[in-house]
Design a protein around this ligand. Structure first.
Ligand SMILES: Cc1cc2nc3c(=O)[nH]c(=O)nc-3n(C[C@H](O)[C@H](O)[C@H](O)COP(=O)(O)OP(=O)(O)OC[C@H]3O[C@@H](n4cnc5c(N)ncnc54)[C@H](O)[C@@H]3O)c2cc1C
Ligand code: FES
Length: 339
């Protein structure tokens, strides 16, 4: 079996075992979250060896050229050596400007970039990896356009027993430093093929973060087609930015905002669409016309994103026009793992 050298230790890889899983099995502390090639938290450098093409294809070419790859996707078939990048390598230093509550379980986190010349370009709607002072790395979607606002906005919900959000909701303070890597993801607006196609934006909970960025970007670029935003929460108390979205609806005749709540006293009624979940509201919309030209963006909990993607595809939307960001939670390695 191939051997893996890491720091001063050498381990034997199991059959089909990734570098990440081997290191976690051997109690090495290495940042990771999704184990699916999405979050880029597990970036490592291949030392004096070549990582497999499958493990490199997920990251920027400039990083690939320097030997970087994703440990969770790297399944070596020869002896290899891996090293961790320092947190400063390839990350932008940011400082917490403010943390405030959008509702009882969601906060808005605003970050300033410490050295503006180091900031990378991203398209509003893409996500980045945030690394806290303890080295815990998680992905979050950017909810605004840094180039316009000169700060970064995130909407983050509290996860029970979650490591990163536990720190963020319990101890983080304005002034604290977070490192940021990225960007990644294909949920962003593009007018390269015109600006009059219909757009559906649908999300639940903090799935609104990337959708809000995409919406603002599309409106700023003068999108002329109809844009419909469905935002769902369990109850109306779980929604946020309701007033801001209603104001945008008033200001733009081609924008329609459909808040949805599955249960509770305040369950919202949407005229002509019945009431209930985002799925119910979209069902009613899907029966009204063709999805041939419609561009669809789906963000939030993976079960919601995958379920709706299938439904919308079967109703006739082209798969190339459906853009998804499932907010995958950390996938705990079979052997555990501390981060
Ligand atoms: C592309 C992408 C974009 C995202 N964007 C956003 C966003 O904009 N806003 C947002 O709020 N979230 C977003 N997320 C989710 C985010 O990355 C985190 O997964 C989330 O904040 C939880 O992180 P955490 O460290 O608090 O929880 P974690 O510590 O990762 O825990 C997650 C769950 O696993 C359980 N768990 C933890 N450790 C163990 C263990 N050892 N054994 C068994 N179970 C365990 C926890 O109880 C918890 O339920 C996004 C995710 C992705 C992939
Ligand atoms: S990309 Fe490897 S853990 Fe997320």
């Amino acid at each position: 079996m191939p051997k893996l050298k890491f720091k001063s230790e050498t381990y034997t890889l199991n059959k089909y075992e990734s570098v990440l899983d081997c290191l976690l099995r051997n109690r090495q502390s290495i940042p990771y979250a999704c184990r699916a090639g999405m979050c880029q938290a597990c970036l490592v450098r291949a030392v004096d060896c070549e990582a497999t093409p499958e493990s490199k294809k997920w990251i920027k070419e400039s990083l690939q050229k320097k030997g970087y790859t994703l440990a969770c996707q790297w399944v070596p078939d020869t002896d290899v050596e891996a090293a961790l990048p320092t947190v400063q390598e390839f990350s932008v230093q940011t400082r917490i400007r403010s943390i405030d509550h959008l509702n009882s379980s969601i906060i808005r986190l605003l970050l300033d970039v410490v050295d503006k010349s180091a900031m990378f370009h991203y398209f509003p709607g893409q996500y980045v990896t945030l690394i806290n002072p303890q080295g815990i790395a998680r992905s979050y979607s950017v909810a605004n356009d840094y180039e316009k606002d000169q700060y970064l906005e995130f909407h983050i919900s509290h996860t029970a027993e979650g490591v990163f959000t536990g720190w963020l909701f319990g101890q983080a303070q304005p002034g604290d430093i977070l490192h940021m890597r990225g960007p990644a993801g294909d949920c962003f607006y593009s007018s390269s093929s015109g600006n009059d196609f219909p757009v559906i934006l649908a999300g639940i909970g903090t799935g609104l973060a990337p959708l809000y960025a995409i919406l603002q970007d599309a409106l700023a670029q003068g999108h002329e087609g109809e844009i419909t935003l469905y935002h769902g929460g369990r109850t109306t108390d779980h929604l946020y930015y309701v007033e801001e979205l209603k104001a945008l609806e008033k200001a733009h005749s081609n924008f329609r905002y459909i808040p949805c709540a599955r249960e509770g006293e305040g369950k919202m009624r949407v005229e002509g669409l019945g009431e209930g979940s985002v799925e119910d509201a979209i069902d009613a919309y899907l029966d009204t016309g063709s999805l041939n030209q419609t561009r669809v963006y789906l963000c939030g909990a993976p079960a919601f994103v995958h379920g709706l993607r299938k439904k919308i595809f079967l109703k006739g939307a082209s798969s190339g026009n459906i853009h998804c960001d499932p907010f995958l939670e950390r996938s705990v390695a079979p052997t555990g793992g501390t981060r």
